[in-house]
Each structure stands twice: as structure tokens, then as C-alpha cells.
Design a binder for this molecule. Structure first.
Ligand code: FES
Ligand code: FE2
Length: 421
């Protein structure tokens, strides 16, 4: 795949002429009607990341994922043959939600040899086959072989488990991810198994929060205190090192700190004590091999790649050899669930463990600051005081994201209209 450096002339945005530079409308973030269209066109059509292979640690492991925007829940299993499969979490008998733990409205995970419906006791194997119908002879011409669970397309890429709810996916997962994201295939995600997770229910459209993570223009004013004790300048200027678009996906790369070579006087005392801060533990795990897929722009002092994988997954890969994933799950036109996971190689000492813990609370603090603007932005947009809003060159990914969402909806509706003619 060809990458390109900063355009010699003009701007990042102008480099992608199809984006234009006009102000954009955020109607797509406030309209209940548009949300219904996104549900059908995006959440029931696109490949969606529902978990990591580490969520299925052994044969018989399973987890459920409620995809409210697609009006379903899926069960993801690792079968006796180690294959990963997904099914609608719905009993074939009378439609009861098959697998849940304390409440049907909550996700669950565990280990099982089979699933038993809580209603009338039908049973299913991890491969979705129906293995037991209670009082089978009371039924009329039933054939258990035809009463399995409804399978959902499921593929694994670099340990990320994706499902696609379309009966006939338009593309394979690899084709959908395209060359830029696909190049991460050999990145050693599997070595990073120490995980820190958090989850929040937010009062904004899902795209409003994604937008808060796909530009760094807001960092000096909003995250001023994260800049260090002697560097709290809300007017500091920020420049992204590289922006790249590929199909509906996008990346922004920032420059790095050359590992932990920052002068300690620019750090907080707790950061110096714990040897962690401003983007992760200082004592980074070194990997022996090349790290494929990162730094597609060939930035000299590479720091972070922020991959925005359509529609709702973000993967941030750091120069200190750890990564972060965010997923954004709409629950209505102005609410969503936010899931964040930090992944590190396992700590070998107490000091390493503390450095990772400190990185996790730092990320949480950043995210809370970002989330703090959400209600205000959603309320502001819903007031419809303005029809459109200006975006600068550093907000190219915001511009591209909203265009991609609009294009995806239009394409799906075009195909559906064509099919019904
Ligand atoms: S609905 Fe599941 S066994 Fe009846
Ligand atoms: Fe932020």
C-alpha cells in the first residue's frame, strides 16, 4: 500500500478533494429518523467488533454482546474444535433470549458445554445445533437438525472478533478492513493480555463521542492539566503528524516523546515516582520483531497511531508498546454505551504493575474530561441554533467520518430500493 507524507502544498483536507472544505451539518447526530436509518444501513450491515480472542480463553468459553442498534444480542462461542462462531441469542422454540445471567438486559460470559433455554428447556451445542427438545414427541414433524440457532457471520482479524448481521455480507472482513487497517495483521496484539476495562453510559449520539477522539485540536484547551505541571498552556498549538483515509476507515498519527526521554521537570511527581505518564509506562516492553502496520505515514518521531475503524471501533497503538481500544454502541439517537480497554504485556514486577495502573487511571481521566463535554455538545446541536459548523484541517477525520456514515446509509438505501423495484 502506498502511504504519503504531508502534502507539499495545500492541506490534508484538500488532498482528499471529495471531502470538500465547506462547513458541515450535524443533523446526523440529532435526528431520531437518521438514527433509524443508521440502524439498518450500518449496524445491521457492517462488520462490528464485539470482542477480543482473549474473551474466549478456552474451548467452551462464550460471551454475549447486546447490539441494541441492530436490535439483537449475539452469543459468541469457542467450540471444541477451537472455532469461533456467533449466533443470534434467541431460542428457536418461541424466541426467548437464550443466554443471560442475572438479567436478560445484561451481557454475560462464561464456560459451558451447552446452552439451556430457561423457558422450556431446549438445549443447544456450542456449534448452535439443537441437541434436546423437551417432550419432543408432543411436536408435529419436528426435525432437531433444522432447529439450530441462527448463525451470524463471524471472523477474527488479529485477535479482534467481528460479526456481521447481514445475511449476505457485501464484503469479507479483510476486504472491508482494507489495506491500511489490514496491514496490522501481524502486530503482536496477542502478547498484550493484561487488560484494564471501563464502561460508561453517555448522553450523546455515538458519533459525537467518536468525534471527540478523532482530533487533537481540543487537547490544549480541554486537557490542559495533562500537559504537565509546568506546561499548562490552554493556548498551546497542536499539529497532527499524519492523517490518512482508506475507504470508510481513517488514521491520525501524532509525534512521540522518544520513549521516556522527557525532562522530569515537565512531569508530575507521581509520574516520576511510578515511571508512567504522558502516554503509558516509561519502561516499555521491547519486541524483537518489526511491528507491521504502524506509522503508515513514516513519521520520524512516531508516537501514537489512532486508527478509526468504521463504524464504531477505535484502536490506539502507542510507541511504548501497548494499545487501547474504544467501542461506541448507540442505544438511541442521543445515548450510547462507551467501552474502553487498555492492553499491556503482563507486568513482571510490582513497579511495572503500578506503572500500568497509573496509565489506566490517566486514560480514564482523559476520557472523563472528553465525556464531560458530551451533554453540552448534544444539547447545543439539538438546539439547532446553526445549520452547519466549520471544521479545520485537523478535524479532517471528523469530516470524513460523517461523510462515510452518510455515504454508507445512502448506498444501502440505494441497494435496498434497487432490490425492491
Ligand atoms: S422459548 Fe426456549 S425452550 Fe421455549
Ligand atoms: Fe480528548
Amino acid at each position: 500500500m502506498t502511504s504519503f507524507p504531508r502534502p507539499a502544498e495545500g492541506t490534508w483536507t484538500e488532498h482528499y478533494s471529495e471531502l470538500g472544505t465547506a462547513p458541515i451539518s450535524f443533523q446526523d447526530s440529532i435526528s431520531p429518523e437518521f438514527y433509524r436509518r443508521e440502524q439498518d444501513a450500518i449496524f445491521r450491515q457492517a462488520w462490528l467488533n464485539v470482542g477480543r480472542i482473549e474473551d474466549l480463553p478456552k474451548k467452551g468459553s462464550w460471551f454475549t454482546k447486546d447490539i441494541v442498534a441492530a436490535r439483537t444480542s449475539v452469543i459468541v462461542t469457542r467450540g471444541p474444535d477451537d472455532s469461533v462462531k456467533a449466533f443470534h441469542n434467541v431460542c428457536r422454540h418461541r424466541g426467548n433470549k437464550l443466554v443471560w445471567d442475572t438479567k436478560p438486559t445484561q451481557e454475560a460470559q462464561g464456560f459451558a458445554r451447552q446452552f439451556v433455554c430457561k423457558y422450556h428447556g431446549w438445549r443447544y451445542g456450542l456449534d448452535g445445533s439443537c441437541t434436546y427438545v423437551h417432550q419432543e414427541n408432543e411436536f408435529f414433524d419436528v426435525d432437531k437438525d433444522k432447529l439450530g440457532l441462527a448463525e451470524v457471520q463471524c471472523e477474527v482479524f488479529a485477535g479482534f472478533i467481528f460479526v456481521c448481521l447481514a445475511r449476505q455480507p457485501q464484503q469479507t472482513l479483510r476486504d472491508f478492513l482494507g489495506p491500511m487497517v489490514g496491514a496490522l495483521e501481524g502486530y503482536p496484539f496477542e502478547l498484550m493480555t493484561e487488560r484494564y476495562s471501563f464502561r460508561a453510559e453517555n448522553n450523546s449520539n455515538w458519533k459525537v463521542f467518536i468525534d471527540a477522539f478523532q482530533e487533537y485540536y481540543h487537547v490544549p484547551p480541554l486537557h490542559t492539566y495533562q500537559l504537565g505541571p509546568n506546561n499548562r498552556d490552554p493556548n498551546a498549538e497542536f499539529e497532527g503528524a499524519h492523517y490518512q483515509l482508506d475507504g470508510p476507515h481513517r488514521v491520525v498519527t501524532t509525534s512521540g516523546s522518544q520513549k521516556h526521554k522527557w525532562p522530569v521537570e515537565t512531569m508530575y511527581p507521581t509520574e516520576v515516582l511510578l515511571r508512567s505518564g504522558n502516554m503509558g509506562p516509561w519502561d516499555a516492553t521491547e519486541f524483537d520483531s518489526e511491528l507491521p502496520g504502524i506509522n503508515p505515514g513514516g513519521v520520524k518521531r512516531w508516537g501514537i497511531d489512532n486508527f478509526q475503524i468504521f463504524p464504531n471501533l477505535e484502536v490506539l497503538i502507542y510507541e511504548r508498546n501497548w494499545y487501547l481500544s474504544y467501542r461506541f454502541w448507540p442505544t438511541s439517537h442521543n445515548t450510547h454505551v462507551f467501552e474502553a480497554d487498555l492492553w499491556f504485556t503482563p507486568a513482571r514486577t510490582a513497579r511495572e504493575r503500578l506503572a500500568r495502573e497509573y496509565a489506566a487511571i490517566t486514560v480514564k481521566e482523559y476520557a472523563l474530561q472528553d465525556a464531560g463535554t458530551l451533554d453540552g455538545t448534544q444539547l447545543g446541536l439539538e438546539s439547532e441554533a446553526f445549520d452547519e459548523y466549520p471544521l479545520n484541517d485537523q478535524e479532517i477525520l471528523v469530516r470524513h467520518f460523517h461523510k462515510s456514515v452518510g455515504d454508507w446509509v445512502a448506498a444501502h438505501e440505494g441497494t435496498a430500493a434497487g432490490a425492491s423495484r
